[in-house]
Design a protein. Structure first.
Length: 224
């Protein structure tokens, strides 16, 4: 998976099911993707958190994308999150994440996303080996790149997101390798959201933590 910013719970379910999780950090950056943004709840409505980035050539990879560190963007964003979730039952759990976020210093978007994911996984008691695709030095694209990555780490099975199913089939994944292909079947269940009458899904992990805490979030993501 490409490094996402404060990803939704399904991202962590995929990590939980993996022995080795590959951060596809040398994929091309896209400003319209989850690389630099995600949703939380503000004033009972979906609100988009965004990481400001420095302008760069179109073909810039995620691991080369820089954060625009002007204007105290991080402190402003933390304040927005605090104001939105301060009265939630598990705000103290969320505050651990916010403190890590506040104190982690980097101007590299990929590094920020990856370290946030690792910190969250540790708190959720999800243990996995992490690999950066950029360290494997594989130059191919799309499905051929994935296959070469899998073969390099001696994988026996590839668990893909359902969103990639169409292009993996179109690219004849199963004809390119003997590695077993399966698709993650995570379906988000409703959980109690403070002050909301109708459940809002597909939000950042931030919302889950604030509403049910680290321990219950771990069980939720593992479908326990």
């Amino acid at each position: 998976m490409q490094p996402h910013y404060f990803p939704w719970p399904g991202y962590f379910n995929l990590i939980y099911k993996s022995n080795i999780f590959i951060f596809l950090d040398d994929a091309q950056y896209s400003k319209g993707s989850w690389h630099c943004r995600n949703y939380i709840i503000v004033n009972k409505k979906k609100y988009l958190l965004k990481v400001p980035t420095v302008k760069s050539p179109l073909k810039t990879n995620i691991n080369n994308k820089l954060i625009d560190t002007k204007n105290n963007w991080k402190l402003k964003q933390i304040k927005t999150i605090e104001q939105s979730y301060f009265n939630h039952e598990y705000f103290s759990d969320l505050n651990e994440l916010l403190n890590f976020f506040k104190n982690f210093k980097t101007n590299n978007l990929s590094e920020l996303n990856i370290e946030l994911v690792k910190f969250i996984c540790k708190k959720l008691d999800i243990n996995c080996e992490y690999v950066l695709s950029s360290k494997l030095n594989i130059k191919e694209n799309r499905t051929i790149k994935i296959v070469k990555i899998l073969e390099q780490i001696n994988a026996s099975e590839y668990i893909s997101t359902i969103g990639a199913k169409e292009y993996l089939i179109k690219d004849n994944f199963e004809e390119l390798t003997n590695i077993k292909l399966t698709f993650n079947d995570f379906i988000q269940k409703e959980y109690s959201q403070n002050n909301l009458e109708i459940f809002v899904n597909n939000l950042s992990i931030i919302d889950l933590i604030a509403n049910i805490g680290w321990m219950k979030s771990g069980k939720y993501i593992k479908n326990e």
